[in-house]
Design a protein around this ligand. Structure first.
Ligand code: MG
Length: 168
């Protein structure tokens, strides 16, 4: 596609959208792995938070799925990476979550840069939601990491954070 005269995807953008859909599914699976690790401990509030995030990442992946179809591209599914977080503290879990979000922001920005290069205006508009979303995701996860660092291993404070996370 040159200059945005029709709505068909260029091959590069089709690949980029499929790759990002895959990253979103991978992020979902990472969050489910973190949920499983936390739900096996006393910190089921944090486990609940991670399961909510799992669901949110699935909705992100499906937004890409539908957008690719809408643009008459071909959805290509890939293998998921097996999460392995059997021994984890809430702090370790949220630090992993934060890293996942940082990586995802980079991936979204890379795809946006490609859509600018390819003059794909519809993809740029589609990605605005995700660019905004990543600002919120990074900020909310960073806040929980900071709070967990602040309370350390004081049980009462830790349980209060766990309860709040469980209300998400
Ligand atoms: Mg996401």
């Amino acid at each position: 596609m040159i200059g945005g005269n029709d709505m068909r995807l260029s091959q590069k953008i089709e690949e980029g959208l499929n790759l990002q859909m895959h990253h979103e599914f991978d992020a979902a699976y990472t969050y489910l792995g973190l949920a499983a690790a936390l739900d096996a401990t006393v910190f089921t509030g944090f486990g609940h938070w991670m399961r909510k995030q799992y669901e949110e990442e699935l909705t992100h992946a499906m937004k890409f799925y539908h957008f690719i179809n809408e643009r008459h591209g071909k959805v290509c599914l890939q293998n998921l990476i097996k999460p392995d977080f059997t021994t984890t503290t809430p702090l370790q879990a949220f630090e992993k979550a934060y890293q996942t979000e940082l990586d995802n922001t980079q991936n979204i920005h890379r795809l946006y840069a490609l859509s600018v290069e390819e003059k794909d205006y519809a993809t740029q508009e589609f990605l605005h939601y995700f660019i905004k979303e990543q600002v919120e995701e990074e900020s909310s996860v960073q806040m929980i990491v900071d709070q967990l660092k602040f309370v350390g291993d004081r049980p009462a404070a830790l349980f209060s954070l766990d309860q709040r996370a469980g209300q998400r």
